[in-house]
Design a protein around this ligand. Structure first.
Ligand code: SER
Length: 336
């Protein structure tokens, strides 16, 4: 059987590592990865080839590869992006555009719809104040598209770029026999929590940072208020969603971008769960005004009904299962 050729950029990141493991578990894929960093031992044996370096300089070499699917995960996350917005724009927008152009070129040249899976984010939404946020309820894809971070602006714009490259590139769709276009599919992820890796550079990081610190017996000062609430998800669900959307027949998909959701939790509730599992945990709240502002602009809950209807999305882990059947058993094995 021929293998499906897959490229995973940002493979050393949290989603990247978990996705490479997910693809390898399924089997039938030849996995090429790209990242600034060398591959961690946990995934290096699962990958056929790793291209190390800055994608903005390296993207040209991918024109010579025959990819069926591209997972473009490389990005500068929301807190890091605020430290250097112009650099974030280069990584998040120019980097994505180069990869889209490459996948579009290969689609046209070889007359196949290269699939392009793009992780967007709840950062694509934006509320002006807490009253707007709490009043918004479960946010739908086309509502509140007013991001307040460079990262959120980048993600929202890249969704639009994905639509352009997959439907309107060069206005070729108006020709009588338009060429094959790439097949762009995006998911707006909530904050993700893995038992195996710790995030860096994001703003939803306080959730996973708090839990990993508690499990290791380290004190943790949470950088947002106790009442701060956003949508979260277990990493295995995030990976499953990417694979589900990759597999979904094109005809069933009516839009390029889908919310997915699992559970919403306040920072105080994260602390309660941590204390229940690790009674000695020392968790305090020392809000950072900038990072607090970022999460205050993000939704408490996402409406994922479109993904449920169109490609059968449903999370495996609600909050109880997340802690009791995934996070706590895995983290105890890891640190104790
Ligand atoms: N987890 C990301 C961040 O905090 C949001 O997509 O930047």
């Amino acid at each position: 059987m021929t293998e499906t050729q897959v490229l995973v950029t940002g493979a050393c990141g949290e989603i990247g590592q978990a996705l490479v493991q997910g693809l390898a578990r399924r089997g039938g894929y030849r996995i090429v990865t790209a990242d600034l960093a060398p591959l961690p031992d946990t995934i290096s044996s699962l990958v056929s080839e790793h291209v190390r370096g800055d994608l903005l300089n390296k993207f040209k070499i991918f024109y010579d590869y025959d990819f069926d699917v591209v997972f473009h995960l490389a990005a500068s996350l929301s807190s890091k992006a605020e430290e250097s917005p112009e650099m974030a724009h280069r990584i998040n927008v120019e980097g994505t555009m180069q990869m889209l152009a490459m996948a579009a070129y290969r689609s046209e040249k070889y007359n196949k719809h290269v699939k392009f899976l793009f992780p967007s984010s709840l950062a694509a939404y934006g509320f002006r104040d807490l009253a707007e946020k709490t009043g918004a309820g479960r946010v739908k894809e086309n509502e509140w598209n007013a991001p307040q971070t460079m990262y959120g602006c980048n993600k929202l714009y890249c969704e639009k770029l994905g639509v352009y490259y997959s439907r309107f590139l060069g206005q070729r769709h108006l020709e009588p026999n338009p060429p094959a276009m790439l097949d762009f599919r995006a998911i707006r992820f909530p904050g993700l929590v893995s038992a195996f890796t710790v995030p860096s550079g994001g703003t939803s990081d306080y959730g996973p940072e708090m839990l990993h610190a508690a499990a290791q017996g380290r004190p943790y000062a949470c950088f947002v208020r106790e009442d701060t609430k956003i949508s979260f998800m277990a990493m295995p669900d995030a990976v499953r969603s990417l694979l589900l959307l990759m597999d979904a027949p094109r005809e069933g998909l009516t839009c390029p971008v889908y919310n997915i959701a699992a559970f919403s939790l306040t920072a105080g509730e994260f602390r309660e769960w941590a204390l229940k599992a690790f009674p000695g945990a020392q968790i305090t709240f020392e809000p950072n005004i900038r990072r607090q502002g970022i999460v205050d602009s993000w939704p408490e809950a996402l409406d994922d009904s479109k993904a449920r209807v169109e490609w059968g999305w449903k999370p495996d882990y609600d909050v109880d299962r997340f802690f009791n059947e995934y996070f706590l058993p895995e983290i105890r094995k890891r640190y104790q």
